[in-house]
Ligand binder design. Structure first.
Ligand code: HSE
Length: 402
């Protein structure tokens, strides 16, 4: 029986999940591919650490030994960072291999080039695992893109951050304790800076933006804020008012291009993201025909990410992924919606400039106001902080919507 020969780059949480899933689901894969699906080589940094693998798998720290294998059909990238991943995947595609990657940072920077090479070489390029773990968001957007114009995409795209915010609120534990737990569970990156400072979510937003709108957000003008400055006291304050912190990436098509922000926001129970807890991710898409679609599911972890990679693998058998190069989307431009903010701290209740409209004062120390991003950034009072409120704001008499 012939086999589909796969090389795995990286044997951390994701690599191990893929290796394990190929073994546990071998019979199903065999039925799909009509041949054995076999990991023939694994690239690791330290060979000594991985002696328990099957003896017929080439375990190596030298990519040259993999790329020169006589039989190699698919290269699966489960390493982090732009390099050497980008170089290895180019080499693999130039050799005629199909490529699947879970590497969001590399793909955010180099996805366009890789799509071009895949097109030229006639190989498939799967990147479902780069965004939102096990949620099939890439395939969903590919399907929608045929006719729908996507107007807005919002998402909780980092499982670690959402897990930390949930733990801090539920258990009242400090940030560091919640982060340590996320690391133990295999959700966080080896260096969790990318998770907690919003880089990971931003890379995922860039990948979604290119797919949904056919263009990248302006990196320089995008807003990226992490969750590291949220304190247990702030969480308690807003919890008492019915709000939860969520770390949300938003991408919207405007006259100025794609406006992208990644930042902590507040949502109350009227917003779909309110229920997205722990390592769950969620993505909400507004298309001009379909309206709003929301998907949710596990955003990180060994098996959810492996699931995305294995589903990509199956596409090799179905048809080639068509690399996405979008035409201009009918000059579509969407008006940026009203923005509401919750302000708290010493000075929040005093001296609000008259152009900032006060919507509500849910308690003596918190104000809900309407203001643009620029207007709110102008307010630089010491000991005053603000978070955007997504969705409906509950006031005493009525609901207002952003
Ligand atoms: N560290 C990432 C997260 C892993 O927490 O979402 C999945 O991309």
């Amino acid at each position: 029986m012939t086999a589909l020969h796969i090389a795995l780059l990286g044997y951390g949480t994701v690599g191990k999940g893929v290796y394990k899933t190929i073994q546990t689901h071998q019979e199903k894969l065999k039925r799909i591919f009509r041949k054995e699906v076999k990991v023939v080589a694994i690239l690791v940094k330290n060979i000594e650490k991985h002696h328990t693998l099957d003896s017929d798998v080439l375990l190596t720290d030298d990519f040259n030994k993999i790329i020169t294998l006589e039989q190699l059909d698919v290269v699966i990238d489960a390493i982090v960072g732009q390099e050497p991943s980008f170089t290895y995947l180019q080499q693999a595609m130039n050799r005629g291999c199909h490529v699947i990657t879970a590497n969001k940072e590399m793909f955010a920077y180099h996805g366009t080039q890789l799509k071009q090479i895949a097109k030229e070489k006639g190989v498939t390029l799967g990147f479902e695992a780069t965004v939102a773990g096990g949620i099939p968001i890439i395939q969903t957007l590919r399907q929608l893109l045929n006719v729908n114009n996507i107007q807005k995409v919002q998402g909780i795209l980092n499982g670690t951050s959402n897990f930390i915010l949930t733990k801090m609120r539920e258990d009242g534990c400090p940030f560091e304790t919640a982060l340590k737990l996320a690391q133990e569970k295999g959700y966080a990156e080896a260096d969790p800076t990318n998770d907690i400072e919003g880089y990971d979510a931003f890379y995922k937003a860039v990948i979604l933006s290119e797919l949904a709108f056919g263009e990248n957000p302006n990196w320089e003008e995008s807003i990226r804020q992490g969750i590291q400055s949220i304190t247990p006291e702030q969480i308690e304050l807003f919890s008492a008012l019915g709000y939860r912190f969520k770390h949300v990436a938003s991408m919207e098509k405007t006259e100025k291009g794609i406006v992208c922000s990644v930042k902590p926001v507040l949502v109350n129970e009227t917003h779909p993201f309110y229920q997205i807890e722990g390592v769950q991710n969620a993505v909400s898409i507004d298309g001009d025909i379909v309206g709003n679609i929301s998907l949710q599911g596990p955003g990180a972890g060994m098996l959810p990410t492996a699931s995305a990679i294995i589903e990509d693998l199956v596409y090799i058998n179905k048809h080639s992924f068509s690399p996405i190069f979008l035409d201009e989307q009918n000059g579509l431009s969407v008006k940026v919606s009203k923005i509401y903010w919750a302000m708290a701290g010493d000075a929040a209740v005093e001296n609000i400039p008259s152009h900032i409209q006060i919507i509500d004062r849910p308690n003596p120390n918190v104000l809900i106001v309407e203001a643009s991003w620029e207007e709110i950034c102008d307010i630089q009072w010491p000991n005053t902080y603000f978070y955007q409120v997504l969705g409906k704001v509950l006031t005493e008499n009525t609901l207002v919507s952003s």
